[in-house]
Design a protein around this ligand. Structure first.
Ligand code: FAD
Length: 283
């Protein structure tokens, strides 16, 4: 973890583009509360195969309008270089300076990956097209990507993205501190020098979290799953216990030298604020 201690901690919030006008109004109200916490930046997800392209762009515009440094996520699977070039130029013209560069997942019904197969190719493309204009974040998987041929290969593939020009990484969420610490140590051994910021998923609804974790390959440790399962539909108890566990994880991460925290807010202010406040972060 030594390599991480030299970076100044940065805190960021992730949102998804709302699907309805009501959702947008709710996000605008939450945005102002999040802005008061003065994050380093906020990011906005992008649907598989570009399915939320317009929504991502509009949400980024809303974030920039509040004076926030806003990073659109951009995935490359199923996209052409022409399409990606247009998107990058559009973001540049809007004053966007950061991008979260991803491969993404093939949308159902689509069979051909297109011109880009992996995120390292997108990072290379962004650097080739726009030089150093964008600060590029990539995804990291302390518990390994579900499609990885092996843990060792996944680490080498992560290295490719860094060598292609990524400035920083955000991890998939996890509840196992050692997975993160070991991942960072492995990166250190490979000579990778970049901040690897833990992604934090607040626990509010166990059933939803279990479904989500199954799909993205994040593990809910047995001790945690059993406790949450035992609470059934008692959301209040799930939230209280989830808060205790997540705050403890964040505290230990920061003590170990993690260079910040990236919150998967799910567009909800309250769960992230509760963690923030318990950690004694400013705002
Ligand atoms: P990659 O880094 O390309 O890795 C994908 C898989 O391919 C891995 O198993 C890897 O080991 C392997 N691999 C990588 N490079 C090579 C190579 N050159 N040769 C052979 N194998 C290789 N999804 C969305 O649709 N929209 C979002 O906004 C979004 N945001 C995310 C934000 C974060 C912080 C994270 C952690 C994930 C996000 N995702 C998002 C999910 C992500 O798109 C999926 O996890 C996807 O399956 C992998 O994307 P990646 O960029 O990590 O892919």
């Amino acid at each position: 973890m030594e390599s991480q201690k030299k970076y100044r901690p940065g805190f960021s919030f992730e949102f998804f583009p709302p699907k309805t006008a009501e959702g947008r109004q709710k996000l605008l109200a939450a945005r102002d509360k999040f802005a008061a916490l003065e994050p380093a930046y906020v990011s906005v997800t992008y649907g598989a195969g570009g399915s939320t392209q317009q929504g991502t762009l509009e949400t980024i515009r809303d974030m920039l309008a509040a004076g926030l440094d806003a990073a659109p996520h951009l995935s490359c699977i199923g996209s052409s270089s022409e399409m990606l070039r247009d998107i990058l130029q559009g973001y540049k013209a809007m004053g966007v300076k950061r991008i979260v560069a991803l491969r993404g997942d093939m949308p159902s019904g689509m069979r051909e990956a297109g011109e880009f197969s992996y995120a390292n190719e997108l990072v290379e493309f962004i650097r080739r097209e726009t030089g150093d204009h964008f600060h590029i974040e990539v995804a990291a998987y302390p518990e390994f990507h579900p499609q990885a041929a092996s843990a060792q290969k996944d680490l080498l593939n992560f290295k490719r993205k860094v060598e292609a020009g990524a400035n920083a990484a955000i991890t998939q969420y996890f509840y196992n501190l050692d997975a993160y610490l070991r991942f960072v140590d492995e990166c250190e051994k490979m000579g990778l020098a970049l901040p690897i910021v833990p992604g934090i998923m607040p626990i509010t609804n166990y059933k939803q979290l279990a479904r989500f974790s199954e799909a993205c390959g994040a593990e809910i440790p047995r001790w945690l799953a059993k406790r949450l399962e035992g609470m059934g539909d008692d959301l209040e108890s799930i939230r209280a216990y989830g808060l205790e566990v997540t705050v403890e994880l964040c505290r230990r991460l920061l003590e170990a030298g993690a260079p910040g925290l990236h919150f998967y807010t799910m567009n909800q202010f309250e769960p992230t604020r509760a963690i923030w406040q318990a950690l004694g972060l400013p705002g």
